[in-house]
Write a protein that binds this ligand. Structure first.
Ligand SMILES: *[C@@H]1O[C@H](CO)[C@@H](O)[C@H](O)[C@H]1NC(C)=O
Ligand SMILES: *[C@@H]1O[C@H](CO)[C@@H](O)[C@H](O)[C@H]1NC(C)=O
Ligand SMILES: *[C@@H]1O[C@H](CO)[C@@H](O)[C@H](O)[C@H]1NC(C)=O
Ligand SMILES: *[C@@H]1O[C@H](CO)[C@@H](O)[C@H](O)[C@H]1NC(C)=O
Ligand SMILES: *[C@@H]1O[C@H](CO)[C@@H](O)[C@H](O)[C@H]1NC(C)=O
Ligand SMILES: *[C@@H]1O[C@H](CO)[C@@H](O)[C@H](O)[C@H]1NC(C)=O
Ligand SMILES: *[C@@H]1O[C@H](CO)[C@@H](O)[C@H](O)[C@H]1NC(C)=O
Ligand SMILES: *[C@@H]1O[C@H](CO)[C@@H](O)[C@H](O)[C@H]1NC(C)=O
Ligand SMILES: *[C@@H]1O[C@H](CO)[C@@H](O)[C@H](O)[C@H]1NC(C)=O
Ligand SMILES: *[C@@H]1O[C@H](CO)[C@@H](O)[C@H](O)[C@H]1NC(C)=O
Ligand SMILES: *[C@@H]1O[C@H](CO)[C@@H](O)[C@H](O)[C@H]1NC(C)=O
Length: 566
């Protein structure tokens, strides 16, 4: 061998291993047992069997941190019963998955044809098909991010896209079966809000985006480690999110029960934990309280009529069958002039028809509603600043939920005499002063070992210090750090996080914000989104400052903040 060949040989052997194979080119095939890995080694593509199944699927999963966390599946519906599956391009440049008898069981179904197609697994987890020499995102022929399964990854867009695609997330049937289950997570067809459907029937909704968040998800707020965007205009309407700075990978998975869970990878536990799950509480069951009914967590029963409304069918209502809803106690009389009364802090309702115009002023919005007798309510589409834009509701208002803070205000059509009564101040109560149950605690009686354990450890012993610390860490989205201290086993992590949350609700400064006994029981047993706790009641500002100073030295930062997306 002469020197030059040796040199070339060395180069080749140096470079071959680092030619990280993240692409499949025209004449390249991937058989069962072979994989490709994204350039940053975050994701891997190949064949796998989910859960206890022996059937084979082509999928993408996290490579380094956790084999087995599958984020995408190609042949969701048609599994392979042996190991004969092969992924390759066909002569038209379409990526196909073929089995033994030559049958194509999945394809990338592109309308345009690629000249020199390659499929590349990007480090975001997106499998894309492009022309060999063209890396521009706009020219991708196909991408797995536009055909998701149950996993919503950072960088994906869910909703109706400018390309005309309608992207939804759908649950798996079971751990062993990735074929679509009954639940879907979508943007509603009007492009206004997130909805969860079961077998296509609306189960719950987020309320419309109001410039800051979704009116029905007051816990979802901008935070430092996560940014999410809801884009809605004439061309497209989608939800997307990104991690701003995270050493902890996390993903959103829409589970078999129709609940969007946020999973975080915790190195120390060497496992994914459910950091937050966004199933609603009982009030998030679509239209539970009927038309003009209002659902209030903490009230017993949870359903009531909006103030100035009365049950439509008193006997049904008394039996706690709320589906018939409520009607105005003073009938509307559009011809004689109606008015509007403001209702505070609600999850904005849904109705048969609703319209949005983002360029209208508040006054234009009001006039537009006033001048159409079937317009039942209006509010701003963007609540930032003094509010701008316009949403109008035509027809009965459904699915109203009451909050004590956050939410959004709405103006509801009312007979003029009701408006006068309110303006003359002859009313006994305002629109959001329904009494809440007062709390009584008997922790031992209601909690089982896990929650009892954490309540007592976190909140019971030792006065302010621990409570303040819990509160502070919670506020900073660092509740996980407590788990270290408590030496909780990994399987209890989500339970303990929930207990911490509920515990903080129970010690809020204002007694009327504290959940009632029955609510605590519901909260402990359920998977609902919990309200944000306010500052605990038993430390003074001075104490706060002292504790704050001490805490400046805390170490082992774990920055996870809560996204309670639905
Ligand atoms: C693929 O194989 C065909 C036939 O074997 C050959 O003509 C073609 O040049 C190959 N393409 C690439 C990109 O290697
Ligand atoms: C697999 O089967 C075992 C034994 O039946 C069971 O304990 C386990 O939960 C199953 N795993 C999954 C992912 O279904
Ligand atoms: C392929 O796409 C067309 C339209 O884009 C659609 O009608 C058809 O159902 C798709 N086929 C498969 C197998 O997904
Ligand atoms: C990201 O997080 C690390 C570790 O917490 C921190 O040191 C760094 O300053 C953060 N970067 C930004 C841009 O926030
Ligand atoms: C929205 O409102 C503005 C201002 O009133 C108006 O000029 C515009 O035509 C409206 N757009 C639609 C689609 O109705
Ligand atoms: C009121 O609004 C509804 C819904 O947009 C519309 O169908 C109806 O024609 C309007 N009525 C009048 C009198 O403008
Ligand atoms: C909000 O309204 C107040 C009073 O009308 C006005 O002074 C202020 O400039 C407005 N703010 C914005 C951001 O428009
Ligand atoms: C409200 O007050 C005005 C005058 O202040 C009076 O004319 C009107 O009757 C009052 N309305 C009611 C409903 O009390
Ligand atoms: C809860 O804690 C209390 C006090 O520490 C204890 O008496 C009680 O038995 C515990 N309950 C359970 C279910 O562990
Ligand atoms: C309590 O125990 C039940 C069943 O034993 C379990 O389902 C639940 O998750 C536990 N924790 C709480 C807080 O209820
Ligand atoms: C923080 O820790 C450093 C080093 O351990 C120590 O010197 C300093 O006094 C501590 N500061 C406070 C406010 O406790």
């Amino acid at each position: 061998m002469n020197n030059i060949t040796t040199l070339c040989f060395c180069f080749a052997s140096l470079f071959i291993p680092s030619l990280a194979v993240d692409t499949i080119s025209a004449n390249h095939t991937i058989g069962d047992g072979e994989t490709i890995v994204s350039s940053g080694e975050t994701f891997e593509l190949g064949f796998f069997s989910p859960g206890n199944s022996t059937r084979r699927y082509l999928g993408i999963w996290y490579n380094k941190i956790s084999k087995g966390k599958v984020v995408w599946v190609a042949n969701r519906v048609i599994p392979i019963t042996d190991k004969s599956g092969v992924l390759k391009f066909d002569e038209r440049g379409v990526l196909i998955l073929v089995i033994q008898n030559g049958r194509v069981i999945w394809s990338s179904n592109t309308s345009r044809q690629a000249q020199n197609p390659v499929a590349q697994l990007l480090d975001s987890g997106n499998l894309v098909i492009r022309n060999e020499n063209d890396r521009s995102t706009e020219n991708f022929f196909w991408q797995s991010f536009e055909h998701p399964g149950n996993t919503f990854l950072p960088g994906m867009k869910v909703g109706s896209l400018a390309s005309g695609l309608y992207v939804i997330i759908s649950s798996w049937k079971s751990n062993d079966d990735p074929s679509p289950g009954p639940y879907t997570f979508e943007i509603d067809e009007k492009g206004l809000e997130l909805v969860v459907r079961k077998n296509s029937v609306l189960k719950s909704r987020s309320g419309p985006w109001n410039g800051v968040g979704f009116s029905g998800l007051p816990n979802v707020k901008p935070n430092p480690s996560l940014s999410y965007a809801f884009v809605s205009n004439d061309r497209e309407a989608y939800l997307a999110y990104d991690i701003i700075n995270s050493s902890i990978p996390f993903i959103l998975v829409f589970n078999q029960d129709g609940v969007l869970e946020r999973l975080a990878w915790i190195d120390r536990l060497n496992n994914w934990i459910v950091y937050s799950s966004a199933v609603g509480d009982i009030c998030d069951n679509y239209a539970l309280c009927g038309a003009y009914g209002r659902c209030t967590i903490g009230n017993s029963p949870v359903c009531g009529c909006l103030n100035r409304f009365v049950p439509k069918k008193q006997t049904e209502w008394a039996r706690e069958d709320w589906s018939s809803g409520c009607i105005p106690r003073t009938p509307l009389n559009c011809q004689n002039g109606d008015g509007f009364i403001k209702y505070y802090s609600i999850k904005l309702p849904e109705s048969k028809i609703w319209a949005i115009n983002r360029s209208m002023t508040t006054e234009e919005c009001r006039m537009k509603c006033l001048n159409n007798c079937s317009c039942m309510a209006y509010t701003n589409s963007d609540k930032r600043g003094n509010g701008s834009g316009c949403i109008l509701w035509f027809g009965d208002l459904m699915d109203i939920k009451q909050y004590t803070e956050d939410g959004q205000d709405i103006y509801i059509r009312m007979a003029s005499s009701e408006v006068e009564k309110k303006e003359n101040n002859t009313e006994q109560w305002s629109s959001h002063d329904e009494s809440l149950d007062l709390p009584r605690f008997d922790l031992a009686a209601i909690t089982n070992a896990t929650s009892n354990f954490s309540f007592n450890n976190l909140l019971g012993k030792g006065g302010f210090g621990p409570v303040y610390k819990v509160w502070k860490l919670y506020k900073e989205g660092r509740s996980l750090e407590l788990i270290d201290e408590l030496k909780v086993e990994s399987c209890y992590v989500s339970e303990v996080l929930k207990s911490i949350h509920i515990g903080l609700l129970c010690v809020q400064h204002s007694p009327e914000h504290r959940p009632s006994m029955s609510t605590v029981v519901l909260m402990l047993g359920g998977d609902g989104v919990l309200p944000q706790p306010q500052e605990p009641g038993f430390f003074t500002k001075r104490k706060l400052i002292e504790e704050n100073k001490k805490d400046l030295n805390s170490t082992n930062e774990v920055t996870i903040t809560t996204l309670d997306g639905r």
